[in-house]
Design a protein around this ligand. Structure first.
Ligand code: SF4
Ligand code: SF4
Length: 303
């Protein structure tokens, strides 16, 4: 059943509520001012309170994960029930190297059979305080305090124990209230039928929502189903400039698609990493390394 069908099946009273919610959503959201902030814990021996030293290359960290066919969501839930998850996923985006080619965007779309206007990772052209332009990839920030999660009236958003926020499209009824709650414009609505997708390597579930479901909300998943198999997200592995890193706060390691492995906490501290719109209190798990001359801790405009 599509999101639209589920909505049609709702009671008249429920549909009135949904209409109110949907009419409150803006059809087109204006670009919002960009604010970077520093995470106070970045410099020092601990990250996110975990304080676990790097144990080697990220391949080792992946290797410690569960069975390759298990979804990230389900394995995370299991790990979470037993205690702390094995991994705490994060991303680092090194703006110094991004040339704005958008191969990350198109590689992601190809892998997940998305329409052209469905961008799980977008690349914005930004302008810093001095007027200089730079390119800024924007995936889901995988916020530690995600405003998109509590607003859903049917609990269709899932926060996994290993730090990912995913959409359960089998539950989503398409209110789109989560789209309005996300300050990063990371979500979109599936207005049309999805692109046909051949048999997929993973079951269709929150960790691999392929193909997308008409009438539901979609967004970046950090390629959650691929991570237990030791594979990097598509955008990370396909970036020819090595801009994007998958990081693990639990093992304090990050790796990009051109073979660079770093100690995550040192990499962030040494390069004055910042998070996007930290003032919103969302605590993003995506860290940006500024570059190209833009000023830090200042507002910038979309260019
Ligand atoms: S593929 Fe890499 S260089 Fe190209 S836009 Fe994406 S992050 Fe930037
Ligand atoms: S970036 Fe938006 S969609 Fe992603 S977790 Fe944060 S609030 Fe939710």
């Amino acid at each position: 059943m599509t999101g639209s069908e589920r909505r049609d099946a709702a009671s008249a009273e429920d549909r009135d509520v949904l209409d109110d919610v949907q009419s409150a959503n803006r059809p087109e959201r204006e670009p919002v001012p960009v604010t970077f902030g520093r995470r106070g814990f970045l410099r020092g021996a601990t990250i996110g309170g975990l304080g676990i030293a790097a144990t080697g290359a990220l391949g080792y960290a992946f290797g410690a994960s569960s069975a390759s066919s298990a979804s990230s969501a389900s394995s995370a839930t299991t790990a979470g029930a037993a205690g702390r998850a094995t991994h705490q996923w994060a991303m680092v985006i090194d703006l110094r190297s991004c040339n704005g080619c958008k191969l990350c965007t198109t590689a992601c779309q190809a892998a997940h059979f998305l329409h052209e206007d469905q961008t799980w990772i977008d690349v914005f052209t930004m302008r810093d305080a001095s007027g200089k332009h730079y390119s800024m990839p924007r995936p889901c920030m995988m916020c530690e305090d995600p405003p998109c999660v509590p607003v859903c009236p049917v609990q269709a958003n899932v926060r996994t124990a290993d730090g990912l926020t995913l959409v359960d499209q089998s539950r989503c009824i398409g209110t789109r209230i989560c789209m309005n709650a996300c300050p990063y414009q990371a979500r979109y609505f599936n207005w049309s039928k999805p692109r046909p997708a051949p048999r997929q390597p993973f079951p269709q579930e929150p960790a691999w929502p392929v193909p997308q479901v008409e009438g539901t909300v979609g967004k970046c998943i950090t390629c959650a189903a691929m991570l237990p198999a030791g594979k990097l997200p598509e955008c990370v592995s396909r970036c020819p400039m090595g801009v994007l890193y998958l990081g693990d706060l639990a093992t304090d390691v990050a790796v990009n698609g051109i073979g660079t492995t770093v100690k995550l906490s040192e990499f962030l501290a040494d390069n004055d990493a910042v998070t996007f719109k930290e003032s919103y209190g969302t605590h993003p798990r995506v860290f940006y390394i500024p570059g190209s001359g833009q000023a830090l801790d200042t507002d910038a405009e979309a260019g």
